[in-house]
Design a binder for this molecule. Structure first.
Ligand code: GLU
Length: 422
């Protein structure tokens, strides 16, 4: 039965997710009896988030928190602030979190939140009010043992600090474990900010080795120069690769000899985007998809690699730093063209893995060094990817379907063992 409250299309996020589940069903044997569990969120909360703006008017915003699955543990997943956020998008993002946490075997379910707002138009004070009111509204379903938000598109450590404070004030006790991605003095973890980008690099390094692609001199194109894209670019740069193109909401820049990241990164921090960087040529946004590169890292929003773009890409390897960047038809085209895709649900799982480390450190009140964190992250990502690759070889399927197979097996086995209540 389809859900009455969303209208997914072939290429919309929930539609894409459903097709991914359908693909894995034949690999699940008797567990496929439970597959419908994955095709509907356990719980979806829609809230009104009113705030008084600096000019005295009242603005209302749609907010969401969707808990797709709590079968293997508390809900886990970020909160995104974006003018295009919808319930359907948040549902898909929450479902991808369930797959992600299960794929790396973290003891979490999957959840996601969002507010339909352009945060760039808000003052710092307005942003704080928005965050605190939203946190209060979703306070009835989040908590260190219930559901643990984290940063996502346009949210950061400061926003997590306000969320942690609001939840703590409402419950009457400081609860550091209610969110991850917090500032370090509030129980944040070293290495969390760069963790998603590091995971993209680690899975990319392993994939490159498997296809015989030398990272030294490899050409990399990065879409999205926020936290994920920027950290991944730096790590590939340190490994000897050259970043030849970068695109974000401000524009696209190209330099076939390699962008000087030691100058580009401060430029992005200072100006808010890649546009206007002196050490590159500015170019057309669509030309980004034709650039001559070995590795493409989409690290922005969903559905960026459309079928038309998939036919043009020159890369040998696509590393999905973003969630859901490849449409369904595009995915098949990339496969037919022999372009290897490391899918979002494993490629960008480094962020939630270090979120898990943060949550564990908060509970034990015992904090690890950055080295310990990076070593543990590397080990978990490499182990998870190996298992997925073995599954892909065994069933002769893509890495995406293999990741879904590993994850759905874990979620549905747990579902079966727990049994249906009542
Ligand atoms: N927002 C990140 C993601 O999409 C991290 C979520 C988390 O750390 O809980 O994976």
């Amino acid at each position: 039965m389809t859900l009455s409250y969303v209208n997914p299309t072939d290429d919309s996020p929930w539609g894409t997710y459903l097709s991914q589940v359908d693909r894995v069903a034949p690999l699940l044997g008797p567990l496929s009896r439970w597959i419908e569990t994955l095709k509907r969120p356990k719980r979806a909360l829609i809230v009104d988030v009113p705030i008084e703006l600096d000019n005295g008017t009242i603005a209302h915003h749609e907010g969401y928190r969707v808990q797709h699955s709590l079968t293997r543990g508390p809900g886990k997943g970020g909160v995104r602030y974006h003018p295009d956020v919808t319930l359907e998008e948040v549902m898909a993002l929450s479902a991808w979190m369930s797959i992600k946490t299960a794929a790396v075997n973290l003891p979490f379910g999957g959840a996601k939140g969002g507010i339909r707002v352009d945060p760039k138009k808000l003052s710092q004070k307005e942003l704080e009010k928005l965050t605190r009111r939203y946190t209060s509204e979703i306070g009835i379903i989040i908590g260190p043992q219930q559901d643990i938000p984290a940063p996502d598109v346009n949210t950061n450590a400061q926003i997590m600090a306000w969320m942690m404070d609001t939840y703590s004030m409402n419950t009457g006790a400081t609860a550091t474990g209610v969110v991850t991605g917090k500032p370090i003095p509030l129980g944040g973890s070293l290495g969390r900010v760069k963790a998603t980008g590091r995971g993209v690099y680690v899975t990319g390094r392993e994939a490159a080795r498997r296809i015989g692609l030398d990272l030294i001199g490899a050409k990399v194109a990065v879409q999205g120069f926020g936290n994920v894209g920027l950290s991944a670019a730096e790590l590939f740069g340190q490994a000897g690769a050259v970043v030849v193109a970068a695109q974000d909401h401000t524009g696209s820049i190209f330099n076939d000899q390699g962008l000087d990241l030691s100058r580009l990164v401060p430029h992005v921090h200072a100006t808010g985007g890649v546009a206007g960087f002196a050490g590159a040529e500015a170019g057309d946004n669509e030309a980004f998809w034709d650039v001559d590169c070995d590795i493409l890292i989409p690290a922005a929003l969903e559905n960026q690699i459309t079928a038309a773009r998939a036919n043009r890409l020159k890369a040998k390897l696509v590393l999905e730093g973003a969630n859901g960047p490849t449409g369904r038809a595009a995915d098949d085209i990339l496969f037919d063209r022999g372009i290897l895709v490391v899918p979002d649900v494993i490629c960008n799982a480094g962020g939630v893995t270090v979120s898990y480390f943060e949550w564990v450190q908060d509970f034990s009140s015992f904090f690890w060094t950055e080295d310990e964190i990076n070593v543990k992250l590397d080990k978990i990502m490499v182990g998870a990817l190996r298992n997925i690759w073995d599954t892909a070889d065994r069933h002769k399927v893509t890495l995406r379907t293999a990741t879904f197979a590993v994850a759905c097996e874990r979620i549905l086995s747990a579902r079966q063992e727990r049994g249906l209540y009542p």
